[in-house]
Write a protein that binds this ligand. Structure first.
Ligand SMILES: *Cc1c(COP(=O)(O)O)cnc(C)c1O
Length: 393
């Protein structure tokens, strides 16, 4: 597929070869398998001597279009589409570890990724060490002779803390480790971990890549050499993306640049407004000057993205009342949608953690997370303003 010089053009124009029907948009290749022209072609494809589609668990034109685009946008050589972000996270780890190996990870991780590291991989003898996301030197100290991978998310969920990808890439290279970065919050439009030295870039495409709350999907991207291992594990264990979702996601990527610009513009306006509110204690957003890592955000991100957190005065009770008082914002377990979404981690996603565990990843009792959508900013602010006022009583 032909590549162009600029991000926006690749997002729109990378396309599967047209069929004889001269379609403008790629059709959905809803087929389980592909027909061989003859016995020799079948033999050569199975032997990996020539490339081509065999079976949709292995590859499919819609998923290939999605992945070729995503690789062009991230600056990676190769990749594989997955049925969910968690399939991507799990396969991207499992493909590179065996019993007795070790992974060093930032403590600030998505909930299910935390379960994979603490509950699932240990069943096969793979251990891990967590490091505080702010303790850069701690990453080096945590490396053991059997360490194979560094795994981080930046910005983190829901703490909105950042980590210096370039620093970690140098560390990984010095110790012959794979640096794996979950780039879900930033998307390739705002941050390109591979260009900063990361070896693997993982995505939950469910979030901003789809951007409209319609699908569950993921992707693992990286060098040809690493993706070969990912592909081997994925082809034979089956986390394949459905062609229908691959088609949706390729179309979604066409609008990623304009959506991320607007999400970021709305989020910055909302964050600046929140900072002026008396009942709001602390606002966290990468492109706010008050963010402790504002300089790093400017260095490794193009814009701040759509996610903001703030601490509402009055703790856990006020946080719950605030959510109940919202009239327009959605209360749902997703983010990166066109619709603004509010969540209260302490009473929902992180309610099972002990208070100290929540504090360790920056989840205070009144912490509210907003995924700023694409509605008019005045309507978003108006809803939050009335909910802050109402939740006082
Ligand atoms: C949602 C999310 C995931 C998991 O993705 P799914 O598509 O829900 O499986 C992983 N990492 C981060 C940072 C996420 O926000």
């Amino acid at each position: 597929m032909k590549k162009y010089k600029n991000f926006e053009t690749n997002a729109v124009r990378i396309q599967t070869e047209r069929s004889g029907h001269r379609e403008h948009t790629a059709p959905i290749y809803a087929t389980s398998s592909f027909v061989f022209e003859d016995a020799e072609q079948a033999r050569a494809m199975f032997a990996d001597e020539i490339s081509g589609n065999i079976y949709t668990r292995f590859s499919n034109p819609n998923n290939d279009e999605f992945i070729e685009k995503l690789c062009a946008l991230e600056g990676t050589e190769d990749g594989m589409a997955m049925a969910s972000g968690m399939a991507a996270m799990f396969i991207s780890m499992a493909a590179f570890v065996k019993s007795g190996d070790h992974i060093v990870a930032s403590r600030s991780l998505f909930g299910s990724t935390h379960q994979v590291l603490t509950q699932i991989l240990p069943r096969w003898g793979v251990s891990h060490t967590y490091v505080d996301i702010h303790d850069l030197e701690g990453f080096e100290k945590a490396i053991q002779p059997n360490t194979k991978m560094l795994f981080v998310e930046t910005p983190s969920n829901p703490g909105i803390d950042l980590i210096d990808i370039e620093y970690l890439a140098k560390l990984a290279n010095a110790h012959d480790l794979i640096l794996n970065v979950d780039n879900c919050f930033a998307t390739p439009y705002l941050q390109n971990p591979a260009e900063l030295g990361a070896h693997l870039v993982t995505h939950s495409a469910t979030k901003y890549i789809d951007g409209q709350g319609r699908t569950i999907a993921g992707a693992v991207l990286g060098t040809k050499e690493l993706i070969k291992e990912v592909r081997f594990l994925a082809r034979h264990t089956g986390p394949a993306l459905s062609p229908f979702n691959g088609w949706i996601l390729s179309k979604s990527l066409e609008t990623l640049p304009v959506r991320m610009e607007k999400h970021s513009e709305n989020a910055l306006k909302l964050a600046e407004w929140l900072e002026t509110q008396a009942d709001v204690l602390q606002v966290k957003y990468p492109f706010l000057k008050s963010h402790p890592q504002y300089e790093l955000a400017k260095k490794q991100m193009r814009l701040g993205g759509g996610i903001i957190t703030f601490e509402i005065k009055g703790g856990i009770e006020r946080g719950r009342k605030f959510l109940d008082a919202l009239e327009m914002l959605s209360f749902t377990a997703n983010l990166g949608d066109t619709r603004s979404i509010a969540t209260h981690p302490a009473s929902t996603t992180h309610s099972k953690l002990a208070e100290e565990e929540r504090q360790a990843v920056g989840i205070t009792p009144g912490l509210v997370r907003i995924s700023t959508g694409l509605e008019h900013i005045d309507d978003i602010i108006a809803d939050i303003e009335q909910a802050i006022a109402q939740s006082k009583n």
